[in-house]
Design a protein around this ligand. Sequence first.
Ligand code: F6P
Length: 545
Amino acid sequence: MLGMAMSARSEAWAALEAHAARLADTRIEDLIAVEPERAERFHHRLGPLLLDLSKQRLDDDALEALLALAASAQLHEAIHAMFSGAPVNVTEERAALHGALRFGEPEAGARSPAADAARQAEVVLRRMDVIVGEIRAAAAHGGLTDFVHVGIGGSDLGPRLVCAALGAREPGAVRTHFLSNIDGNSLDALVRSLDPRRTVVCLASKSFATEETLLNARSLRAWLSAGKNDGLAVERLYAVTANVGAAKAFGLGESHILPFWDWVGGRYSVWSAVGLPIAARFGTPIFRRFLAGARVMDVHYESAPFDSNLPVLLALAGIWNRNLLGFSGYAVVPYDDRLRDLPAYLQQLEMESNGKSTTLDGQPVARATAPLLVGGVGTNVQHAFFQALHQGTDVVPVDFIGVVRAGHMHVEHQRALLANMLAQGAALMRGTRDDEVAVDAQRVPDARRREILERHRRCAGNRPSTTLLLDELTPDALGMLIALYEHKVHAQGLLWNIDSFDQFGVELGKRIAKSVAPALAGEEGAHDLDHSTLALVRQIRERSG
Ligand code: F6P
């Protein structure tokens, strides 16, 4: 049975390679020119979200072949396995049940790992609501003004993204701040503007063992108590963690600890109590709408046919670009400042999940996995890395993300913003026409020089992009958008046959840092460090004054 599945998969990959060879000289704009209705046919809508794949360098037959790959990889079964709580994180023998965090209250009597998980999540959400109520009440009376969220990676990027995306806080709500790095400059800059008597601090760490978070936590606890006793400090300290014991050992009482579970991966934890700053700033009903949006995407991912399934289609377009066309980069560019933290969020989601070289059965992967993801907001990045996207030697597919109805009244700004987004997709696709690069013979009479200048001006085009349009940046639409990418990453991991839920690669550097720190402090002893690193240690020690 397994052998049959493997050979169906190999056949599907072989068919795709044939399609890639067939389309090698095809230009995207020609695909559209010969069939203008392709533009609409390659549109896929789910509620407020439109996915446009018409500027991908593939045709119907190639798409069919990609869908056949999805079928051969038994994607349906694998998606169901994830949502039902099977231990799909095989290396760590854990479920990946972030879907349960946004499931809502399961029916009374429903018994399954997913229903049990959803029930646990609901209990914590209610506790979170109580804490949020207290924080918001204190904020309304001016007793509290600021909320500092301390965490890193998955314990930081999600709430940071959502707080920025959902816009201005209401009057009287707490200001939210995020501290992730161990850089003392960040700590200084943060506390300089805050009053310890009017600030709550939330420590978010699944493991409660992450060096950055614990160091920041100790420094902030000392700052909160400002020379007084630690008891005062812990009154304004909360923790969100899967390691409740460690949070207690840090000095927190049970009522100040919101748990989550090993079945929630760090980079999938924004839907858990890690989202506390979102609820504190915007209220729990808004946080619940964010969860509900993600739930819509979950249901869609699990039930929609693949040829209209947004996460699957987005995943397949990525597979086509990465594995069949060989593009090793990938850019995500939201044209909305409120989504400025989305590229960083997706860097972790995509590269920590799928930056792997070993298959589920322990073999070297047969094909390239996660591309290098870069990003930033448009239009800013048009004046930074877009030059390379238009004329560089590497083709970098782009996801453009736009919001149709802006959260402001500046019609001219919004029109210009979206015009730029659409123009960039069109420009990448079509490149320059001859008349656009032509140099005026009167200005440059030398024909040879004209030809050289024209070559410099030319953009080859045929560079693919995807466009995602959100009607509005509501909490629901944002939940859908993030879940769309989560599932896209999941589907790609399945197609690559890797474990998208572990991240062993990040451990080595953490371990070595433990040897380097004593060396920097000048402690004697074998630090197990190489000569190059030791030479840098010496330089730092000699010059640190
Ligand atoms: O970077 C590794 C990692 O384990 C991420 O997966 C995680 O999001 C981050 O560190 C923070 O971990 P924790 O929530 O346990 O502090």
